[in-house]
Write a new protein. Structure first.
Length: 577
């Protein structure tokens, strides 16, 4: 069985993304350079038009100049299209790859990571932050390059025409660059804060929408609105802070851009009168001044986008820097799993040091059934999470067929253990698709139908308009609690793995349906079954029953043995019967 490789770089580097599509960006850069060059040749052609046609009123060169303008326009159109298409294509590819990498990285991380980060925050990383990087690679970066090239060529041409008049736009560009750099530094800090608050806002909205029925059931709409309004106000305040920075510096840039052409025109007029600057040269200088206006106007906007992309990259790199607590073994053990389970003095502590389980020892032979009981918070579900290596034991060891599970591939381990968890989760898919989740290609439709019958779900599925092809909503919306549990049980039975775990998975079922499923489980031979339940009826037929209390095994034995002891199990029996 082939295991999935999650070997990802620990850092996202923008320059590495550029390198992969260097040829594409080089062609786009050349196209952009040619387009810009044609655009900046235009003032020189205009100068020729003024000096050789308009002022002397000579019509001989007019047609040639007009044809030159037409060819320049066509060339610029072709080169601009090439630049735009290539940058959009490369930017989209990079964004797609970055989004896939961050999603793969998230899939590789252990449960501890998701205990510390909410889903709204992670959604913002996968969606919003990648979009900012997309913007950077699709148009911001190439526009930054165009600003530089356009400015250099324009200033060169201006100095070639008249160096005295060129000093004014040169000084303006230096001033605009200083302002843009200062603005970028301030925006960089604010963008980081905006992104964090955006994550909290997304998470608040997502939690409310996911639990909207609970909110309505407890008439907590006003409370939720108030909570959302508070987060929204903080997000608004940070965006206003960003606007204040932008408004503080951008008007200065705008002022420079508006005054520059007028200043060049007035100064050039004086030079034309005193130093004999030709009208054609003055016209070209004014056009070049107008060409420099665009880069200065773009500086603020591009700085804004670049700061946003840098802030997004930093946040994504925080995730890339995370390492999974649960790692694949250096040497994989690929033996066939039979289902012999042994817990050897197992203990588990949280990262904060709180004891969840202490000195847990028991064994289950292949094909046997183990029942686990205990009060809420006694560590029942943690046992299963340790068995699946969602977390690693902090003391002792767990063996499967005599092999420490830490020496087994995660893929092999988890594909041989099917769990029906207490928290039922169904995807927005057909009933057939949800049941075949454990093996889209290996599980046949006939196996699905058989599993539905075994889980006492066949009758209600057949009554649906489209049967097992009926699409159910997110988390199984549209089904009752018992129906959802039966579908998840069918999903587990369809996989036919050596180990089956039922974690309080019949709590929403009526007594008759629960009995039917228990009879089905009894008939499953050769499969190791672990049944976690609060009901005596669910575990009484087990070959061995464990009663947990405050993270320790309080009692262990068969139903009859535990009844004789008259301990916690007996007290639970009395309260239920």
């Amino acid at each position: 069985m082939k295991t999935q490789n999650y070997n990802l770089k620990s850092e996202l580097r923008l320059r590495d993304c550029f390198k992969k599509y260097a040829v594409v960006y080089l062609i786009a850069f050349i196209a952009m350079g040619l387009s810009t060059a044609l655009d900046l040749i235009s003032p020189l052609v205009t100068r020729k038009l003024v000096n050789e046609v308009i002022i002397p009123r000579e019509m001989e060169n007019l047609m040639n100049i007009l044809i030159t303008f037409i060819w320049m326009a066509l060339g610029r159109c072709v080169f601009q299209y090439t630049k735009e298409f290539l940058c959009d294509w490369a930017g989209s590819k990079i964004a797609c790859e970055v989004r896939s990498k961050i999603f793969r990285k998230l899939q590789s991380l252990s449960a501890n990571f998701f205990d510390k980060h909410n889903s709204g925050e992670l959604m913002a990383r996968v969606r919003d932050d990648v979009d900012r990087i997309w913007d950077c690679f699709s148009y911001i970066s190439i526009l930054m390059a165009e600003v530089v090239i356009r400015t250099i060529i324009a200033l060169y041409c201006m100095f070639a025409i008249n160096w005295k008049l060129s000093i004014i736009p040169a000084l303006c560009m230096i001033g605009a660059s200083v302002i843009a750099i200062r603005m970028e530094k301030k925006l960089d800090i604010v963008f980081g804060q905006i992104a964090e608050e955006n994550s909290l806002l997304n998470n608040t909205a997502q939690e409310n929408l996911s639990g909207v029925r609970t909110v309505k059931a407890f008439s907590k709409e006003r409370f939720e609105i108030k909570k959302f309004r508070s987060k929204n106000q903080k997000y608004y305040n940070l965006n206003i802070e960003q606007s204040k920075i932008f408004v503080k510096y951008n008007p200065i840039l705008q002022c420079i851009t508006y005054l520059l052409p007028t200043t060049v025109l007035l100064t050039g007029g004086i030079l034309s009168i005193k130093d004999g600057l030709s009208i054609g040269d003055l016209t070209a200088m004014v056009q070049y001044a107008m060409n420099i206006v665009w880069p200065m106007e773009m500086l603020g906007w591009l700085t804004n986008g670049l700061s946003s992309a840098k802030a997004s990259t930093k946040r994504l790199n925080k995730i890339f820097a995370e390492n999974p607590d649960i790692t694949e073994p250096a040497i994989e053990n690929k033996q066939q799993i039979l289902g012999n389970i042994q817990f050897n003095n197992v203990g588990y502590k949280t990262l904060s040091g709180r004891d969840i389980l202490k000195d847990i020892s028991f064994s289950v032979k292949a094909g046997e059934t183990l029942g686990i009981m205990g009060a809420s918070g006694s560590g029942k579900t943690t046992l299963i999470n340790l068995l699946k290596r969602m977390y690693d034991v902090t003391e002792g060891s767990i063996t499967l067929d005599g092999v420490d599970i830490r020496h087994l591939s995660l893929g092999i381990l988890r594909k041989n253990i099917t769990c029906v968890m207490q928290d039922v989760f169904l995807f927005s898919d057909t009933i057939l698709g949800n049941i075949k989740l454990g093996g889209k290609d290996s599980i046949s439709t006939e196996s699905v139908k058989e599993a539905l019958e075994k889980a006492s779900a066949g009758d209600f599925v057949k009554k649906m308009k489209e049967g097992h092809d009926t699409v159910i909503g997110e988390r199984g919306i549209g089904l009752s609690g018992g129906q959802k549990q039966r579908i998840t049980i069918a999903r587990a039975l369809a996989r036919e793995t050596p180990i089956l775990v039922l974690d309080d998975s019949t709590s929403a079922l009526d007594t008759e349906t629960e009995k039917e499923i228990q009879e089905t489980l009894k008939e499953l031979s050769g499969m190791t079954k672990i049944i976690i339940s609060h009901r005596i009826s669910a575990v009484r037929r087990a070959d061995k029953i464990i009663v947990l209390d405050k993270g320790k095994i309080a009692e262990m034995g068969t139903h009859e043995e535990l009844m004789k002891n008259q301990g916690l199990y007996f007290q639970t029996y009395e309260s239920q019967y």
